[in-house]
Each structure stands twice: as structure tokens, then as C-alpha cells.
Design a protein around this ligand. Structure first.
Ligand code: UD1
Length: 417
């Protein structure tokens, strides 16, 4: 197991550059196999989720090579085959191979995906979408086989605007016969980035970023060059860290429009923030106001930033509330924040935070990726040393987090125990 030791209470100052978006990357890597030609993707973050997907590609006889932020994927000698459970359980996004392999070979066999334990995380909407396109789904224990003689475009209404289901159905539909319409589609910027990638390969998708996506099936996709958008969740995490411990703390290479709700909330609690075309500069303000945040699908406040934002609210005067509406199990960080000295109670899907409270270093657990980010934020603020265990969760999604934070003055040691 890897642990992080953070010496907290230091003022952070300087610039952190945001990497490519994890949640776009993890869909675009599986999507690349929809062509037989070589694809180059730049701005690919070096995180363990990327490595895990490349391992799956290699198992399918797809060549991958990396050079300074780019990933080249060559599926010309690819062979379809069952994706073993040891691979699929490493991350949630392994499920994008379902849509991609089904789209390309009309057959896929793989196990239920892994990922953070933040809720039940069913995949029923993905499977209903595949069935609507003409596939038959067979499930034996946790293994799924999805097969079709041919895929034919269909009108699909998603009961929930699911990011994963929207992308997976797009992947299965781009090579289907005729037109597919996805209604109540998710609108996250990562979906637009994936649709742009598919269109760069010759797909015909319109409407990504709205709640109706239309896909006209094509016969073949071709090679392309594509750039991953900046990671809005990584950017938001560093903005929150800057708000907690920063002085002229610049978060560079972000798209401000992708962070509207977060920037508004930072301003609302009283953070000094200066937003430029592709950056934001924040400084800690000693007197913060309480607020309520409620997670929602994009463009609402992102659930993935709820946990780090809670750390900021421990420093606000009065009673703040965090209402989680997407995941039923996303308050596991609260116990550890309270161990650090916060005063938070959770009832149903709402956390109530009484502040401000002084945080003091202790040993805490990164129970999932964004809970881990919250622990890092808290550890940077707390007096003394905070030891975070299970940091593998954090390394799944934050590229060079230690190097980036050390470059602005943090003191963090990574150890293998
Ligand atoms: C993606 C993100 C994750 C983020 C989440 C919500 C990736 C790899 N992960 O996860 O970081 O927290 O969006 O912004 O992009 N649901 C069903 N049935 C389904 C699919 C989803 O009931 O078939 C429910 C889920 O349980 C959840 C809600 O829909 O309550 C949203 O899930 P979804 O948008 O699919 O999240 P992911 O794509 O898994």
C-alpha cells in the first residue's frame, strides 16, 4: 500500500498546470479501437487509470506507445476477446470497452467494472441502450456477453442523464445502421470531447453537450489526431486547495466555463478569485461565509468536487450544508475530516458542517479518488503531519499530484508500506 505524509500549515504560492481530463481520456482510449487505423491522442494524463486501459488494449493485441503527453494507439492487428475480470475490475471506465467492442465486432464479453465504491453504480441504462440497438445481453454471475447480428439505430431515452450510458451508447451507435437519437443525454464537457474525437474519426454526431444527441451511423472510421480537454475536476480540486492555503495561487490551463458553478460557489463563500481566459488565481481569505451546495448533473455543481469543497466549508463561519444527489455513498470522507478536527454530521444525503474548525494532522484514509483529494486538501491545511493511507485511489486520477503540489511549496512524501 502507498501512503502520503503531508506536512500541513504551509502557504502555497505559484502555478499549477491542469492535465488532460481523466473522464474524457478513459472513454477516448477504448473508443480508439473503433477504427483499424492509428490514432494519436495528445494531452493524455499519466495516471494509473490510463495505464489500466492500455493494459486492456495490449491484451486485445492493440499496440500503444507514449511520447511526451501523447498516446498513440494502433489497432491494426487487434483481436476481439474476453476482457478478463482482473482488468475490468481495476476501474469503472473499463465498461467503455462494452460499447466500443460491440460497435466494432457486434460482440463483447467482459465482467462488471470496478471503480470507486461511491454507490451501487448499476449499468442497466448502458445495457438497455445496447438492447435498443438490437443487441442481446446475457449475464452469468458478473460476466456480461452482449451480441448482435447487426446494430440498427434507435430512439433511446435515458431515465437518468448518465455520463457513462450516454458515452457507451454513442460508442455502440457510431457504426450502427441508420440514425440513433439519445434523449435526456448527459451534457458533461467530457461527452463533447468524446463526440469530437469520434467525429474526427469520421463519425456523424450532432448535439453533444445538449440533452439530445443524434448519431448517423457510418460504415467505417479512420485515423485521427485528437486533443483531450483540461480536467475540470482536477482544476476545481486545485482551486479549492488554493482557496484553503494559497496566496496568488494560479491554476493554469483550465476552461472557466466548465467550472462556472464551482467558481460561483468559491466567490459566494468569499474567496478572492481572478479569472482569466484559461486560468484562475485564488488566495485564501481568512473570513469565509457558510453556504449550501447541492450536487447535480452538468452544468450543476459536480459531485466529484463535493468532497474537496466540504474541506473548504470546515473553514466557513456558521452552518454549511452539502447535499449529494448523484451517489448514495459519497460521504465516507466525513469520518476522517472529523478525525482531523472538523464538526460535520451526516443525515440521509446531507452533510451539515459547523465552522470554522481548526484541523490537526492525524492518520486518515483515502476511501475513494475524490475523498482522497479531500484528504490531501485537508492535510495541506492541517497543523502538523497528516498521513493518508490507500493513496492508490488518488494516483488513479491526479497526474503528478505530489510534484505539482511541491512546486507551489507543499511538503509531501510518498511511501510504500
Ligand atoms: C461519471 C464519472 C464520475 C462522476 C459521474 C457523475 C467517469 C469515468 N466517471 O461516472 O466521476 O461522478 O459521472 O458526474 O466519467 N446510473 C444508473 N444506471 C446506469 C448508469 C447510471 O442508475 O446504467 C445512475 C448512477 O447510479 C448514478 C447516476 O446514474 O446515481 C449518475 O451516474 P453516471 O452519470 O452514469 O456516472 P458514471 O458515468 O459512472
Amino acid at each position: 500500500m502507498k501512503i502520503m505524509e503531508i506536512e500541513g500549515g504551509r502557504e502555497l504560492s505559484g502555478t499549477i498546470r491542469v492535465s488532460g481530463a481523466k473522464n474524457a481520456t478513459v472513454a477516448i482510449i477504448p473508443a480508439a479501437i473503433l477504427t483499424d487505423e492509428e490514432v494519436t491522442i495528445c494531452n493524455v494524463p499519466e495516471i494509473t487509470d490510463t495505464d489500466a486501459l492500455c493494459d486492456i488494449l495490449n491484451e486485445l493485441n492493440v499496440k500503444t506507445s507514449r511520447a511526451s503527453g501523447s498516446l498513440v494507439i494502433d489497432p491494426s492487428k487487434m483481436k476481439n476477446g474476453e476482457i478478463k475480470e482482473e482488468y475490468s475490475k481495476k476501474l469503472r471506465a473499463s465498461y467503455y470497452f462494452m460499447g466500443a467492442l460491440l460497435g466494432k465486432y457486434k460482440e463483447v464479453s467482459m465482467f462488471f467494472p470496478g471503480g470507486c465504491s461511491i454507490g451501487a453504480r448499476p449499468i442497466d441504462l448502458h445495457l438497455k441502450g445496447f438492447e435498443a440497438l438490437g443487441a442481446k445481453v446475457t449475464k452469468i454471475k458478473n460476466k456480461y456477453t452482449v451480441k448482435a447480428d447487426k446494430l440498427v439505430g434507435a430512439n433511446i431515452y435515458l431515465d437518468i442523464a448518465s455520463v457513462g450510458a450516454t458515452i457507451n451508447i454513442m460508442l455502440a451507435a457510431v457504426l450502427a445502421e441508420g440514425k440513433t437519437v439519445i434523449d435526456n443525454a448527459a451534457k458533461e464537457p467530457e461527452i463533447v470531447n468524446v463526440a469530437t474525437f469520434l467525429n474526427n474519426m469520421g463519425a456523424k454526431i450532432v448535439g453533444a453537450g445538449t440533452s439530445t444527441i443524434k448519431i448517423e451511423g457510418v460504415e467505417k472510421l479512420h485515423k485521427c489526431f485528437h486533443e483531450i480537454i483540461p480536467d475540470r475536476i482536477e482544476a476545481g480540486t486545485y482551486l479549492i486547495i488554493g482557496a484553503l492555503c494559497g496566496k496568488n495561487f494560479k491554476v493554469d490551463n483550465l476552461i472557466p466555463e466548465h467550472l462556472d458553478s464551482v467558481l460561483s460557489k468559491l466567490e459566494e463563500v468569499g474567496i478572492d478569485i481572478q479569472v482569466g481566459q484559461d486560468y484562475a488565481i485564488v488566495s485564501n481569505n481568512n473570513k469565509l461565509k457558510h453556504t449550501t451546495i447541492k450536487t447535480a448533473v452538468y452544468p450543476g455543481f459536480p459531485t466529484d468536487l463535493q468532497q474537496p469543497f466540504t474541506v473548504l466549508l470546515t473553514q466557513a463561519e456558521g452552518k454549511s450544508k452539502v447535499v449529494e444527489t448523484i451517489w448514495e455513498n459519497r460521504f465516507m470522507h466525513i469520518k476522517y475530516l472529523n478525525d482531523l478536527g472538523s464538526d460535520i454530521t451526516v443525515k440521509n444525503q446531507t452533510a451539515t458542517i459547523e465552522g470554522p474548525t481548526k484541523l490537526n494532522g492525524t492518520t486518515v484514509v483515502a476511501t475513494d479518488l475524490r475523498a482522497g483529494a479531500a484528504m490531501v486538501a485537508a492535510g495541506l491545511l492541517a497543523e502538523g503531519t497528516t498521513t493518508i493511507t490507500n493513496v492508490e485511489h488518488i494516483l488513479r486520477g491526479y497526474e503528478q499530484i505530489i510534484e505539482k503540489l511541491e512546486s507551489v511549496g507543499a511538503k509531501i512524501t510518498l511511501k510504500e508500506v
